[in-house]
Design a protein around this ligand. Structure first.
Ligand code: GDP
Length: 192
């Protein structure tokens, strides 16, 4: 799949129902992805052209130019009713997305409340194997109060062996962490 114009790409991946559609909408600031009530409904790779993520830290007279990019929205995994053929197709799709020449990295979504599932672990193995840059977005942060939220963030960082700057707690509901995630994606896109 050749995307025209050629721009940096960032893929979004996570278990179905993790809150991916909601987070995509929150990141872009308008509804770009359909919010599905049925887990695992989206099966194909959706691509969104993002005109620019902006940079809130840029001083007013010389703001950094907006970086246009593509968001590649992969189908949710870990869908209980997924058959063998579906799983195989999903693996092929992930492999294809991760090998794309302009892919800068992946936003990997994990529900802050839950320990990583075996599917999450398998996904992480794929990232390691592909030497993919990963930003972990811990979703639904609003479901926990401040103390437990910090504890879970810390625990997940340890469990996943990810450094602090690669883990962002988010909430599509309250908007918490959205600006931070946007900035982190901006850095990912800038980096080599
Ligand atoms: P997807 O299947 O990964 O695309 O997940 P959705 O975005 O469709 O969300 C799945 C469910 O989680 C829906 O009922 C959402 O309303 C809910 N949800 C998503 N994000 C949040 C969040 O930040 N906070 C809360 N409380 N619920 C959320």
């Amino acid at each position: 799949m050749l995307l025209d114009p050629p721009l940096p790409e960032v893929a979004f991946v996570g278990r179905s129902n993790v809150g991916k559609s909601s987070l995509l909408n929150a990141l872009v600031g308008r509804r770009i992805a359909k919010i599905s009530g049925t887990p695992g409904k989206t099966r194909a790779l959706n691509v969104f052209l993002i005109p620019g993520l902006g940079n809130r830290q840029a001083p007013a007279p010389n703001p950094e130019p907006l970086t246009p990019l593509y968001f590649l929205d992969l189908p949710g995994y870990g869908y209980a009713r997924a058959g063998k053929a579906q799983r195989t197709a999903f693996r092929a799709l992930v492999k294809y997305a991760l090998q794309r020449e302009r892919l800068k990295g992946v936003v990997w979504l994990l529900d802050i409340r839950h320990p990583p599932s075996s599917d999450d672990r398998a996904m992480q193995d794929v990232f390691v194997e592909g030497e993919t840059h990963v930003l972990a977005a811990l979703t639904k942060g609003d479901k926990l109060s401040t103390g437990p939220r910090r504890t879970r963030e810390h625990e997940l960082r340890e469990e996943l062996e990810l450094p602090e700057d690669q883990v962002v707690v988010t909430s599509a509901k309250t908007g918490a962490g959205i600006v931070e995630l946007r900035d982190a994606i901006g850095e990912l896109v800038k980096g080599e």
